[in-house]
Design a protein around this ligand. Structure first.
Ligand code: ADP
Length: 263
């Protein structure tokens, strides 16, 4: 089955065209990296894929249904770019956040033994079981990312969409977070990842979609490196192209309040 399908999708913010005739399918089990220069419409395309915005024209389907009508919320999880910044101030524990993944099944607030087991299992799978009773706000950026992935796992999400999830992480946390995503994908989860660092994403994703309003490339990651799509989509900005090969040098953690060490 196809997790997401886009057919000739067009979208503008007012008069500003942002997505211009994009068609692509994300089969179930895929790990798609969405790349493109700043402002190329990656985040917007992700929200269109999830039915959070409607295209001006064209069609978006999620698991076969029109995306804006898709009601099976727990099958899809979205980790937005700013989610972990928001979580910095959350006065609740890791376990409570992960348990939110079970809310669609528990409108009246009672959790079954199966719910508790699913929460524990999710915490184990992303290796934060030790942090279960910690406040989310006291964690490092990398640990907080794992909390939101655990919430998706507890919800038995089939499609995980992430928008630059490691932007605030140091190189080591980023590496281990992407290793985790790779493992989840191996276990069958469909992943769509927006990531500006081309070196990182081509190493992890099985397929790449390269966007700059329109689609410049869609295919296996290995073919992307050899294609002309990168230069075509990014223009002749050699600085950008150079940067893709030196990503580890420039990584600075913006998480000065974070406490590392327990994960
Ligand atoms: P990317 O994720 O590739 O950086 P975005 O999808 O965030 O690209 O943005 C694409 C373009 O749309 C940019 O020019 C951006 O300024 C504009 N844009 C993004 N969000 C909005 C919005 N809510 N209202 C108006 N313009 C927006």
């Amino acid at each position: 089955m196809t997790a997401v399908s886009l057919d000739d999708v067009v979208f503008s913010y007012g008069d500003v065209p942002v997505v211009d005739g994009v068609s692509l399918d994300v089969p179930e089990g895929d790990f798609l990296g969405l790349v493109g220069p700043n402002g190329s419409g990656k985040s917007t395309l992700l929200t269109l894929m999830l039915g959070l915005q409607r295209p001006d024209s064209g069609e978006v389907r999620l698991f076969g249904e029109p995306a804006h009508e898709f009601a099976d919320g727990e099958r899809v999880a979205y980790v937005a770019q700013d989610v972990t910044k928001t979580a910095r101030d959350m006065p609740i524990t890791v376990r409570e956040v992960v348990r939110m993944g079970r809310y669609p099944r528990n409108l009246f607030g009672r959790f079954s033994a199966a719910d508790h087991a699913a929460v524990d299992d999710a915490l184990e799978r992303v290796d934060i079981f030790d942090l279960a009773d910690r406040r989310v706000g006291s964690l490092s950026g990398g640990q907080r990312q794992r909390v939101f992935v655990a919430r998706a796992l507890a919800a038995e999400t089939e499609l995980l969409a992430l928008d630059e999830p490691t932007v605030a992480l140091d190189a080591e946390s980023r590496e281990s977070f992407y290793t985790l995503l790779g493992e989840l994908n191996d276990q069958g989860m469909t992943i769509v990842l927006v990531e500006h660092d081309i070196g990182v994403v081509t190493a992890r994703a099985s397929r790449i979609a390269c966007l700059n309003k329109r689609l410049f490339f869609h295919g296996p990651s290995d073919d992307f490196a050899d294609s002309d799509a990168l230069a075509a989509a990014y223009g002749t900005d050699q600085r950008v192209l150079d940067h893709t090969h030196h990503h580890h040098d420039a990584t600075v953690s913006s998480d000065e309040n974070a406490t590392e060490g327990q994960s």
